[in-house]
Design a protein. Structure first.
Length: 303
């Protein structure tokens, strides 16, 4: 890879036997106090966001809503599998969840049991008072039966409370089943994970697809990455970056594209002492394309 005059000078020094780490120390000192920008002659334009969009379920591809080259927004439906079976299952889950919610809110049995207990306790209390006032006015058998009614009413309250608790748990389970049915339905839809352009369509309507099988490929071209390599010492003083292309693919070979360095690799190549860097740059007009090669200019930090 060719570089700026510092690169070229360094190559000759290393060729004469100077260890690269000694050269880089001297190179870094010169670079930090130099006003000249550093140039990477061979920088490659690559994608930041790209994805092979898969099917998340098995089935027949019932609809393909996009074509190659079409721009899409995040969340747009790109394609969908047949929904008939999953749609019916969700409708059933909706009805079951609604019924469970009604039962969970229905406390009629509990209120009736509480009212029954109040009546039974009142009758039992009256019988005891009558027996205290008038001996033998109430037999022991009658008193035992009234006490049994009170105990039965208390147990009916416990049962009603337990039934209501189970109804609420059933409601929770039915809501979960509805969520699962909804998720299964949503898995039949293939959505755009980010704003981008459909670069390739690999499946057509009517074809059978398996989970994980790529249906189409999506890329984002309004923001791109430029990759290059620098000596490790040079990465200590990075500021902003701009890209200048001399490429037949561009109408204006001298056109420059301002950007920003967003990544400096923490690893140094043990052979040549270089570090990989990334600069991101906007490409709203779509003039740049992944795969182009140009010059990356890094401006030194100025006080």
């Amino acid at each position: 890879m060719q570089g700026n005059k510092h690169h070229r000078r360094g190559g000759s020094l290393i060729a004469r036997g100077m260890p690269w780490f000694v050269f880089l120390t001297a190179w870094a000192t010169e670079f930090i106090y130099s006003a000249e920008p550093i140039r990477i002659d061979t920088a490659l334009v690559t994608l930041i966001d790209k994805a092979d969009i898969p099917a998340r379920d098995a089935g027949v591809l019932a609809e393909l809503t996009v074509t190659e080259g079409q721009s899409v927004k995040k969340g747009d439906t790109l394609a969908r599998l047949d929904l008939a079976e999953q749609h019916a299952a969700r409708e059933e889950a909706v009805a079951a969840a609604a019924a469970a919610a009604e039962l969970a809110e229905n406390d009629i049995k509990l209120r009736y049991a509480r009212a029954g207990l109040a009546v039974a306790q009142a009758e039992y209390q009256r019988a005891k008072e009558s027996l205290e006032k008038f001996e033998k006015s109430v037999s022991q058998t009658e008193l035992d039966q009234l006490r049994l009614v009170v105990e039965k009413s208390a147990l009916e309250i416990e049962q009603a409370e337990q039934d209501l608790k189970l109804a609420k748990l059933t409601e929770i389970r039915k809501r979960q089943e509805l969520a699962i049915a909804t998720e299964r339905l949503e898995k039949r839809r293939i959505l755009a994970p980010f704003d981008g352009i459909v670069a390739e369509v690999r499946k057509q309507r009517g074809e059978w697809v398996q989970p994980g099988e790529t249906v189409l490929r999506l890329i984002r071209s309004d923001r791109l990455r430029v990759e290059g390599f620098l000596p490790a010492a040079a990465t200590l003083n990075l500021a902003s970056a701009e890209v200048q292309f001399a490429c037949p693919a561009l109408k204006n070979n001298a056109q420059s594209f301002p950007g920003k360095i967003t990544f400096v690799s923490p690893e140094v190549n043990a052979v040549n002492g270089q570090v990989r860097i990334w600069a991101e740059l906007p490409n709203a007009a779509g003039q740049l394309r992944p795969g182009l090669v140009g010059e990356l200019i890094i401006k030194p930090v100025t006080e």
